[in-house]
Design a binder for this molecule. Sequence first.
Ligand SMILES: Nc1ncnc2c1ncn2[C@@H]1O[C@H](COP(=O)(O)OP(=O)(O)OP(=O)(O)O)[C@@H](O)[C@H]1O
Ligand SMILES: Nc1nc2c(ncn2[C@@H]2O[C@H](COP(=O)(O)O)[C@@H](O)[C@H]2O)c(=O)[nH]1
Length: 224
Amino acid sequence: MAPEHATDESAAIGRRGLMLVVSSPSGAGKTTLTRNLIDKEQQITLSISVTTRVRRPSEIEGVHYRFISMRQFEIMRDSDQLLEWAEVHGNCYGTPREPVEAALAAGRDVLFDIDWQGARQLDEKMPGDVVSVFVLPPSATELKARLERRAEDSAAIINGRLRNAAEEIGHWSEYDYVLINRDLGESFARLRAILTAERLKRASRAGLDGFVGTLLDGLKVITT
Ligand SMILES: Nc1ncnc2c1ncn2[C@@H]1O[C@H](COP(=O)(O)OP(=O)(O)OP(=O)(O)O)[C@@H](O)[C@H]1O
Ligand SMILES: Nc1nc2c(ncn2[C@@H]2O[C@H](COP(=O)(O)O)[C@@H](O)[C@H]2O)c(=O)[nH]1
C-alpha cells in the first residue's frame, strides 16, 4: 500500500525510501538544516540517535537523542541493534537499526545527522539507498562564532570541537553534495532541492514500467 503522504511517483511504483545523510564539522549548521527539513517536508523521518553524551540544556530526551549510559550503548552495539556507530568528540553515538529499516520498508525517507564515520558505514552497508550531503561553514571564524552564539557548550568543549573540525572537513569529497552554509534560507532551499531531485531520480529509476504500461493501454483505448 502507498504511504500516507506518497508523491504521485511513489504511489505509482511502491517505492523504497532513501537515506539522506547530512554531516559537517560541529557548528556548521547541520542540525538547524535537518530540523527545518523535517518541519517542512512530509514522508521523511529523522533518525533519532542514541548517545552517551551529557544532555544539553535545550535538548529533550527522545526528540534530539536518546541519552543512554555506556553500558546500554555497549549492549546495543554488541547485539547488532545499531546500524552504524562511532566515537565523536569523546562520546559514543549510534543509529538504532529497527526504526530505520521499518521506515525504509514503508516507503518513507530517513534523514540522518551523523558524522563522516557513520556516513561511510551506511554507504558501505546500503550503497544504493544513501544520498550524502556535507555542510561547510563559510569560514573558520564564523564556525567558532556559531559555536559560541549557540551557547550550549563550555569554552573547553568548543575548543575541542574546533580542533576536531579539520578532520571532519577532510572527508568532504566523499559526499554526493556539498553546501557552503552562508545564508540559512539559501542552504535550506538547496538541501530541499537535493531531496526533491533524488526522489525524482529514484522514481524514474525504480521502474515506472507499470505506470507507463497503463498509460500506453489508455492510449490504445482512446485512439482509433
Ligand atoms: N547560515 C547560518 N547563519 C548563521 N547562523 C547559523 C546558520 N546556520 C546555523 N546557524 C547557527 O549556528 C549554530 C550552530 O548550528 P547547529 O547547532 O545547527 O550546528 P551543527 O552543525 O548541528 O553542530 P553540532 O554538530 O555540534 O550539533 C546555531 O546557533 C545555529 O542557529
Ligand atoms: N556516527 C554517528 N554520528 C552521530 C550520530 N548522532 C550524532 N552524530 C554526530 O556527532 C557529532 C556531535 O553531535 P552533537 O549533537 O554532540 O553536537 C555530530 O557530528 C553529529 O552529526 C550517530 O548516530 N552516529
